[in-house]
Design a protein around this ligand. Sequence first.
Ligand code: ZN
Ligand code: ZN
Ligand code: ZN
Length: 159
Amino acid sequence: MTEADSHSHQHNHNDCIASALAIAEAKCTEQGQRLTKVRRRALELIWESHRPLGAYQLLAKLVEEGFNSAPPTVYRALDFLLEAGLIHKVESMNAYLGCTQADKNHTGYFLICQDCHDVLEFDYQDIHSSLENKAAAHGFELRSETIELTGRCASCKDS
Ligand SMILES: [Zn+2]
Ligand SMILES: [Zn+2]
Ligand SMILES: [Zn+2]
């Protein structure tokens, strides 16, 4: 599917990719880490759209491009990108999504379109605080939150 086919891509997606890569470079430099060729390409491939990409799809693409991409290499690259906060794992889809606010400290929640499979990330500090407080009331230390909402995105709803 090309960009033009995707009705939800009425924005200039090249800007999304350029901005994601610039943030990635800056973050890696700041943390004294290297955005190696395979890490960078993995991030670019994940950012090809706003649809999460599965590890095996990513692996297939990298192999196609001639990367020496044994599964562990790909999983290590994914782990690096996750740790660096550059991508998120969308649990219900078992796939990876480029983070749209990687330069901010945030918790990503996701709106998943069941028609086009685009995923929109949003941050909601109030929800985060409420969950943290509720968990704490049970003496529970919260480490991660998975909030994935399903439905239809604005463009699918209107078409
Ligand atoms: Zn975009
Ligand atoms: Zn995010
Ligand atoms: Zn949609």
